[in-house]
Unconditional design. Structure first.
Length: 389
């Protein structure tokens, strides 16, 4: 899952036991050397330092909406269907999309996919039967419920498959469009690699946890590994595969990798939602004082871990930005416009130093304050494009 943040307390077991479609295979452990590279330790380190410096500075809004003929949404109901609402980021996307669309007079009906193909299909069917004006899904692969997706499109109800690329053989139409989200996830993966290189001065022995929930998450993890090999010829990389639906297996696999490779001194976690089981495995293996941990997504608990020194860095982008991207996509598809496929939001590498003075609350998680962007400045271009006075 591309931007999955920490699972809500009490619902971890639900999400990990029900998201069965996300499993691609048994967890595996692999070890590789850095391989050939055109970079030396010195030049690779220098490159990584420039990238870390770039994303440690004040962020800027990178995507401006361009809808020129806004559609009235007064009285319309938009359905939001996340793969599971048990994940903070996915619930937050729905909350911020709801706030954005309310400015246009629309309401949002949330239907929790629960991680199950049958539940997702039921949500899609209900949206059709109850006359949704449009449907936005989040991190649901088309092949999870192809009949449900196609039925909505055939009925003329526009569907936005959020944060997932089209499956092979699936052609987007005016009523079935995709917002990939993979570019953002790929950037997070590269930033974790660059942070590891910089922190280790180009000499890391790193355990990379690959998220293999889908082809896009696997590809993102592979980008991190590729960047480590390319820019850090002196680095050694060990990998452990993990799936959301088999999260209970992750601690034992991490422990096995650490005990088999006692010189590991860095661990990268694809999303800070996975920090609790990984941290538990590190502690039970006696590696708490031996390894440094780097993750991504910038959730509340993840940033609190950075402040407490249990996490070195946590790149993130604003949940509100994603919610507004979904809202803007609704306006676009209802206006007959194409939906952007590869948006990258304001991205910031959070460290203990730049977290000083920030209030790490759930409320601030849902706005732009951690990214030093004013709400009025953020909303203005959207409201102007949407014709909101």
């Amino acid at each position: 899952m591309a931007t999955t943040r920490r699972l809500k307390k009490g619902r971890l077991a639900l999400a990990t036991s029900t998201a069965t479609l996300l499993v691609l295979g048994a967890s595996t452990i692999g070890v590789t050397s850095s391989g050939a590279s055109n970079f030396t330790t010195k030049t690779g380190l220098a490159f990584a330092q420039t990238q870390v410096a770039k994303y440690s500075k004040k962020v800027h809004l990178s995507t401006v909406p361009t809808v020129k003929h806004p559609t009235s949404l007064k009285g319309k109901v938009i359905w939001y269907i996340p793969i599971t609402n048990a994940v903070d980021s996915l619930a937050g996307m729905g909350t911020t999309m709801t706030a954005a669309l309310s400015k246009l007079g629309a309401t949002v009906q949330v239907c929790d996919g629960g991680g199950l193909p049958t539940t997702v299909a039921t949500c899609l069917t209900n949206a059709s039967q109850q006359g949704a004006a449009a449907v936005v899904t989040s991190y649901i692969d088309y092949e999870m419920a192809p009949t449900g997706f196609q039925a909505l499109a055939t009925a003329g109800i526009p569907v936005i498959v959020g944060s997932e690329p089209p499956d092979p053989g699936v052609t987007p139409t005016k009523d079935l469009q995709f917002t990939y989200g993979t570019a953002q996830t790929d950037l997070f993966s590269s930033l974790m690699a660059y942070e590891t290189i910089v922190r280790s001065k180009g000499k890391a022995n790193v355990l990379v946890i690959r998220l293999t929930d889908s082809p896009s998450t696997t590809a993102a993890s592979n980008i991190e590994i590729s960047d480590l090999k390319k820019f850090c010829p002196a680095c050694k990389v060990t990998t452990v595969d993990a799936q959301t639906a088999a999260l209970s297996q992750l601690p034992s696999n991490v422990s096995a990798a650490l005990t088999s490779n006692p010189n590991i001194n860095y661990v990268t976690v694809p999303t800070d939602a996975y920090l609790p089981p990984v941290s538990g495995a590190i502690a039970s293996s006696g590696f708490t004082s031996k390894v440094h941990v780097i993750s991504a997504d910038g959730g509340v608990a993840g940033l609190q871990d950075v402040v407490s020194n249990s996490l070195l860095a946590d790149p993130g982008n604003p949940i509100e930005w994603v919610g507004y991207q979904y809202a803007d996509a609704v306006l676009r598809i209802l206006s007959g416009d194409a939906v952007p496929q590869e948006p990258i939001g304001p991205t910031y590498i959070f460290t203990k130093k730049n977290l000083a003075g920030l209030s790490l609350t759930e409320a601030n998680y849902l706005n732009m304050s951690w990214y030093h962007i004013g709400e009025a400045a953020f909303e203005a271009p959207y409201l102007k494009a949407w014709g909101v006075k």
